[in-house]
Design a protein around this ligand. Structure first.
Ligand SMILES: [Zn+2]
Length: 519
């Protein structure tokens, strides 16, 4: 981790006081916090309307940021974080949704309008922390985050700084890069550095407020569009490329280096990898952006799936034959953490066709099928009863609804007491059916419905790469290339709006220029 003189309050500042501050001193800088965060697959038939979003305002929003002491009026510095003394954090609105299908335009307008209204009501600001994902597809729009950044810029005025904190699976267009003064994103996939990244975005912003002036940015897109399951930082080449970032950003004249993989299931011209490097030394930030972009381009053919990948029948046959238990299969095409609708039944059909499992010789558990109607019916019947239901296949019709006669083996209720998950058991198979689109990346999400994936022979779960808890329990695993709104076989999906050429859609394209632009 690099150190910056701006962290030291006794260091000379270009603007403002060069003396230590006391915690009770009135704030000098007002920094708004706002954003809309969703990853939305344009190939998913699901629509992420207002009901998909969790909206945080006021103290609930400040509680999202561990560096803010939400109990102090004006949101002072929490703990030993002296870097943010003198800052008043002003919570506006943060709206976050599970990845899903595109956001209807009216939903986006409601959320964006509230952010803008709060910006105007709380003005003036010295800066704004824009807390976004970067892969929000809005129906009828091509670059929703740039639209939001432009609107926010209009509301807070040209002088206030904007610092964006993003997911590395966001798409960084030229417009978005131009509208932000500082940009950072995760450096780990799976994202084990979420809190660290947000704090880095805020800290860089406060450093810049102390320092004064605007940093320069070098932006360059890399014409490579790969899924997260090929670009996990657990493996080379992503591990090595991302591993270079701390050393790069520690160079004199640099503030931050952000490398974006981009979002493969957004059929938009902006979708591709990108690099933004910020700092004060234009030649140094340009050189660093070029270096990272070139490293990514040069490695494009070396990115491979995070586990052996094959079609589901092949993965299932391997799992059944293995003596490694539990054997986990990621049913990746309908992964709700990437935007899948969650009700694709393809995996369920395959499991129900397995004599080994249905006979009970082996046990398997499956998460999940999104089906509110079936969930209600199972809850009404109660634990221990036998039900005949038709599940899934209503939203994403790539595979049909599946009839099941099964025992209701478990019910998990949500905060308001209604079932949000039921467990259906037939033979050796237990299937989780959910009332909301839901990811099962935590063991507790399974056990709440009475299913323990650690005790099953085979676990099939709609994920992409395995999130840490599932990864930890897997004795072995495979990535199944299954159909759905986030199909890992990108080329067969039929993108129409990508700017071409882009790898791997144009596998033999010539080497691009990769000349960073100073914005
Ligand atoms: Zn991500």
């Amino acid at each position: 981790m690099s150190t910056h003189p701006e962290d030291d309050h006794s260091a000379p500042a270009h603007r403002g006081p060069a003396r230590a501050r006391t915690p009770d001193e009135p704030p000098r800088w007002r920094v708004g916090i706002a954003g809309i965060a969703i990853e939305a697959s344009t190939f998913s038939p699901h629509r992420s309307d207002l009901s998909a979003f969790t909206c945080l305002r006021g103290l609930d929003l400040l509680a999202r940021y561990p560096w803010v002491d939400a109990s102090s009026p004006g949101g002072g510095a929490n703990g030993a974080r002296t870097w943010c003394q003198g800052v008043e954090w002003v919570p506006l609105l943060h709206a976050r949704a599970l990845p899903g299908g595109p956001v209807p335009e009216e939903t986006y307008r409601v959320l964006a309008d509230e952010i803008l209204a709060r910006c105007r009501a709380e003005a003036p600001f010295d800066a704004l922390l824009l807390d976004i994902h970067g892969a929000m597809s809005v129906v009828g729009m091509r670059d929703a985050e740039a639209d939001l950044a432009a609107a926010v810029r209009g509301a807070i005025g040209p002088d206030a700084l904007i610092s964006a904190t993003m997911d590395l699976h966001g798409n960084m267009s030229r417009d978005l890069a131009r509208l932000c003064d500082l940009v950072t994103c995760y450096r780990m996939a799976p994202h084990e550095d979420v809190a660290e990244t947000r704090e880095r975005a805020a800290r860089n912003l406060v450093r810049r407020l102390r320092h004064g002036g605007r940093p320069v940015k070098a932006w360059v897109q890399v014409p490579v569009l790969l899924p997260g399951e090929r670009t996990s930082t657990r493996l080379e080449p992503a591990r090595g490329i991302y591993g270079r970032i701390p050393d790069i950003e520690a160079r004199p004249g640099l503030l931050d280096a952000a490398l974006f993989v981009g979002y493969a299931w957004g059929d938009e011209p902006r979708s591709r990898a990108a690099v933004v490097v910020t700092g004060d030394d234009a030649p140094a930030v340009t050189a660093a952006a070029h270096e990272l972009a070139t490293a990514y381009w040069d490695a494009r053919r070396d990115f491979s799936f995070v586990a052996p990948a094959a079609d589901l029948p092949t993965c299932l046959a391997e799992a059944l034959a293995s003596d490694r238990r539990p054997f986990v299969i990621s049913d990746s095409g309908d992964n709700p953490t990437a935007g899948g609708a969650g009700d694709v039944t393809y995996g369920l059909e395959q499991l129900l066709a397995s004599e080994e499992i249905v006979s009970g010789r082996l046990t398997a558990c499956y998460a999940a099928i999104y089906d509110p109607e079936a969930t209600r019916a199972g809850e009404a019947a109660g634990i221990g009863s036998t039900v005949s239901l038709v599940v899934g296949g209503r939203l994403d019709t790539v595979s049909p609804p599946v009839p099941m006669t099964a025992e209701v083996a478990g019910i998990a209720r949500d905060d308001v007491g209604a079932a949000n998950v039921i467990a259906l058991r037939t033979g050796g198979l237990t299937v989780l059916v959910t009332a909301q689109r839901k990811q099962f990346d935590l063991v507790s999400s399974w056990t709440a419905a009475g299913v323990d994936p650690r005790r099953a022979d085979v676990v099939v779960v709609k994920l992409g790469y395995l999130e840490p808890e599932i990864y930890a329990l897997a004795a072995d695993w495979r990535l199944a290339l299954t159909p759905g709104g986030v199909d890992q076989d990108l080329v067969r999906l039929g993108h129409e709006h990508l700017e071409r050429p882009v790898y791997p859609f144009d596998p033999d394209m010539a080497d691009p220029q990769l000349a960073p632009e100073l914005l």
